[in-house]
Ligand binder design. Structure first.
Ligand SMILES: [Zn+2]
Length: 206
């Protein structure tokens, strides 16, 4: 906690002065982010640092496993935040970003890990299809490869589920919004993007 309190004081003295005008403008004019990012809550993925964005630039929804339930199957913070951002903000791009070594993906692959965590168990259940998909890839994958495939499959599933939101369908039909699937590799700092046409993953860091 001391570490965090020191951070607040340092922000006020060292960082805020240079951002004061920016913040005043954001208060006066409101936020106008062009991108919505849905990412995992994992503390090892520092989105603002990774994407080099400042206040007001990126609307971020962080939730365990960057899971997006299909429209109509769940109402909660994630769906409300998506609905708000897509209908009330000038969002042009929606990004779902998974990451390597995601604990939520391990929970999906091995549900017994979260047997005693009912909220986690129910939440990761929205991505149950991921387990079947990874299972169908066969027994030859090792643990790390299985998690990697789960991370990527889960991002693609989240994009599919985003397309079930009427507010997103509307923007996609009008060609005013694009969806992107990314993964962040913690150990290398690289970001990969899903290519819908080839189903491959392209290194955006190169
Ligand atoms: Zn995660």
């Amino acid at each position: 906690m001391d570490r965090l309190l020191q951070g607040i004081r340092r922000f006020r003295t060292d960082v805020f002065p240079s951002l004061r005008t920016k913040f005043e403008g954001l208060v006066r004019d409101g936020q106008q982010p062009r991108a919505l990012l849905i990412g995992c809550a994992d503390s090892r993925v520092p989105f603002e640092t990774l994407l080099d964005v400042g206040p007001g630039e990126l609307f971020i929804v962080r939730v365990a496993g960057n899971i997006v339930p299909r429209y109509g199957t769940y109402v909660g913070g994630v769906t409300a935040s998506i609905e708000f951002a897509v209908t009330q903000l000038p969002i042009k791009d929606v990004i779902v970003c998974g990451h390597s070594h995601c604990g939520a993906m391990r929970a999906i692959l091995e549900p017994e890990r979260v047997r005693d965590l009912p909220a986690v168990r129910d939440w990761v259940g929205f991505s149950d299809d991921v387990r079947q998909h990874v299972h169908d890839l066969g027994p030859d994958l090792n643990e790390a490869e299985r998690v990697d495939r789960a991370v990527k499959t889960n991002v693609v599933l989240a994009l599919d589920n985003l397309r079930t939101f009427p507010c997103i369908q509307e923007k996609l039909a009008a060609n005013t919004m694009r969806l992107h699937g990314w993964t962040f590799e913690i150990e290398t700092g690289r970001v990969f993007e899903h290519d819908e046409r080839t189903s491959g993953w392209r290194d955006l860091s190169a």
